[in-house]
Ligand binder design. Structure first.
Ligand SMILES: [Zn+2]
Length: 449
């Protein structure tokens, strides 16, 4: 959060901590939500937007600025997050009630999420809007190419008779995204708040992602006559896969087998993506011009109804099932994995980042036994992975994103969003580029700029 000299409070993103033992961080903001005047949201990922309903529940009532695509994605994601929390809470409280322990209160519910959604105000990339009592703060967003609608935020804030230019990168995307445009350049900043997720690594460059995918499809579904199960994030990874399969289908290369997109969230996200082709790169726009639709081809089935999802399990013929969640920790994908993990003809294909403590993480690591719904399963199916899917730039791509800046003129850089060791590694990389005064803030730390 930025507090200006006049006392205006601007919050940049409001994400949910995910994973084990994060309850305390999610409970405590470290500031009073009712005192925050504005929220500017870089993109819709839950680790950037997932606490907005809690912020609203605790008294925030100001506008939330973001792009139209981000607002549309947030509508489905925040409701989905609220549903998950309500379900989790119900389960926990049922147990506590039996044990005679006091019931817990959730972070937020669907009503809070609905209220939050009414506060969104959309702006276009490059369009300047003003905040503050006298509209003294100028803000605009530029495309960060990380997720549909994702943005870097640029603020011009009056400070001691002059203006301080502050840039918050949000999450930094990649220059060769299959669907999104390249990231925009932006004007010189005095202060940069940068993400650093992959600050210590380089992505493998997959020269032929579609060829690799096709090889796995053929081996699993044609040669072994098995099922290909792909856990994928409902937003972005799923659409990248559909687009790749669409291209293979159009080229006459894809075997004629059913492909199931088994996730209501992914179905909604695909609809929203189609509505926001202003974020698309020229290649996919050209493809849509010819093909008509980058997310529809023969044998592709979008499965919304839960009974239809269950019915896929009874089908014996080869097929491809793409379902969420990406780390296989929740959602329908867990059922598909459970039903096929013992089948030596089937393959689970991992296409995204997976934390070590998740089911996808265990499979990626090559564990021979995994736990699903409290039961132990032997991994008899094949496990494959493709590393070419990532929404985050690696350190070279992040440095390229910042290449529009003259490092000498940046007074201070703050590194956020990354493991501490990674941040230290990225700090050294940035210093080698000529950046100085690079600070890795601690949680709840206050800094004067
Ligand atoms: Zn993100």
């Amino acid at each position: 959060m930025i507090t200006t000299e006049k006392g205006t409070k601007i919050l940049l993103d409001c994400g949910l901590f995910q994973g084990i033992q994060t309850d305390e961080f999610n409970q405590k903001f470290g500031f009073k939500p009712a005192e925050v005047n504005y929220l500017i949201l870089s993109h819709a990922h839950i680790d950037h937007s997932g606490l907005i309903p809690r912020l609203v529940r605790q008294g925030f009532s100001g506008p939330i600025y973001c792009t139209a695509a981000t607002a549309d994605l947030c509508k489905i994601m925040l409701m989905d997050s609220a549903h998950i929390q309500e379900q989790d809470l119900e389960r926990i409280n049922k147990r506590r009630q039996k044990q005679g322990r006091p019931l817990l209160e959730g972070l937020y519910n669907t009503e809070d999420a609905q209220r939050a959604i009414t506060l969104f105000k959309t702006v276009k990339y490059g369009e300047t809007f003003h905040l503050g009592e006298n509209r003294e703060i100028a803000v605009f967003l530029t495309d960060a190419a990380h997720l549909l609608g994702s943005a870097a935020v640029h603020l011009s804030i009056p400070d001691k008779g002059t203006f301080k230019q502050v840039t918050f990168t949000g999450d930094i995307g990649r220059p060769d995204d299959r669907i999104l445009r390249k990231p925009d350049v932006f004007p010189q900043a005095d202060i940069i708040i940068s993400e650093s997720t992959y600050g210590d690594r380089l992505h493998e460059k997959e020269v032929d992602m579609k060829g690799h995918l096709l090889k796995i499809v053929r081996e699993t579904c044609v040669e072994n006559k098995g099922k290909l199960i792909i856990p994928a994030f409902a937003i972005d990874r799923t659409q990248e896969l559909i687009y790749a399969l669409d291209q293979l289908s159009s080229a006459g290369l894809l075997p004629q087998i059913p492909v199931y997109i088994d996730s209501p969230l992914a179905i909604n996200a695909t609809r929203i993506m189609k509505e926001h082709d202003e974020c698309f790169n020229p290649e996919i726009l050209e493809y849509i011009e010819k093909d008509g639709d980058a997310f529809a081809f023969p044998y592709l089935n979008y499965v919304s109804d839960v009974n239809d999802s269950k019915a896929i399990n009874d089908k014996k013929e080869p097929c491809i099932i793409i379902s969420s969640s990406g780390m296989a920790e929740a959602g329908r994908i867990k059922h598909h994995i459970k039903n096929n993990i013992g089948d030596s003809n089937s393959t689970i294909l991992l296409v995204g980042y997976a934390s070590a403590n998740t089911l996808a993480g265990a499979l990626k690591r090559g564990d021979k036994h995994v736990n699903i719904f409290g039961e132990n399963f032997e991994v008899k199916c094949h496990v494959a992975s493709m590393d070419s899917f990532s929404g985050h730039g690696d350190y070279n791509e992040m440095i390229a994103f910042l290449a529009c800046q003259t490092p000498d003129r940046v007074q201070k850089v703050f590194l956020v969003h990354g493991e501490y060791e990674t941040q230290v590694a990225f700090k050294l990389k940035l210093e080698a580029e000529g950046y100085k005064n690079i600070h890795i803030p601690a949680l709840y730390e206050n800094v004067e700029i």
